[in-house]
Write a protein that binds this ligand. Structure first.
Ligand SMILES: [Mg+2]
Length: 233
């Protein structure tokens, strides 16, 4: 019996990765006269990942990583105009319209009548809260939990906070690494709904989950049928 269905937010409920991809391109363009674009991309990714444990996930930390990369690539000679370009990019990301993915609104409305829905997402608290408000989906969720990381321990804490039984909990998300594997490790269920692209950092080798059983859906529209099959099983 399923009681609570939790959703990841970025690239599960709405488009997100595409905003980062666009900003990566804008960043490369700022340095295209000084640096090889491939080197720019590699350095930025390396800085971003290195800084995750300092800044955490989210746009503001990514912005600081762009500034750090700009200083390194320019050997300290980054211009005010280039820094302004980076800050404009960060502000554009934070103000980007929330484009809810196809089928999400209808599916959540359908499920909300019978199940308790919640959001569990990484990222900046303020950014995620405003995105939920701007998405028009806010009223459908009983709980919203913004976490710094999605490890089994973080999920355990979130479930405990809302007194949720893992046996009656289902997580839905686009990342096998963050939304599926740690949840299954807790004895709860998880469903993978892939997005068109996956952030390099979230990619896991198939061998790592060869023995883990979970469903992958082509579209979130397939979720209600799956939930009911689990519910009555
Ligand atoms: Mg996601």
């Amino acid at each position: 019996m399923i009681h609570t269905i939790a959703f990841d937010a970025d690239d599960t409920l709405w488009h997100n990765e595409i905003i980062f991809t666009d900003t990566h391109e804008r960043f490369r363009a700022l340095f295209d006269e000084q640096c090889d674009p491939e080197r720019v991309a590699k350095e930025l990714y390396a800085t971003e990942i290195r800084n995750l444990e300092i800044f955490g996930y989210g746009i503001k930390g990514f912005g600081l990583s762009m500034i750090e990369t700009a200083i390194e690539l320019s050997e300290g000679k980054v211009t005010g105009a280039q820094l302004q370009g980076i800050l404009d990019g960060v502000k554009a990301m934070l103000a980007a319209p929330v484009n809810v993915l196809e089928g999400v609104t209808e599916t959540l409305k359908e499920l909300s009548g019978d199940f308790e829905l919640m959001v569990i997402t990484k990222g900046d608290l303020f950014d995620q809260e405003t995105k939920i408000a701007r998405s028009g989906l806010g009223d459908l969720f009983r709980h919203v939990e913004v976490v710094s990381e999605k490890s089994p321990a973080h999920y355990r804490t979130a479930l405990h906070k809302y007194n949720l039984d893992p046996a009656r909990f289902l997580m839905v998300g686009n990342s096998i690494k963050s939304d599926v594997l740690p949840v299954i490790e807790l004895g709860a269920r998880a469903v993978h709904v892939p997005y068109q692209t996956t952030w390099q950092h979230e990619v896991v080798a198939e061998e790592e989950y060869a023995d883990v059983r979970f469903e992958t859906l082509r579209s979130i529209r397939e979720l209600p049928a799956l939930v009911w099959s689990l519910h009555t099983a």
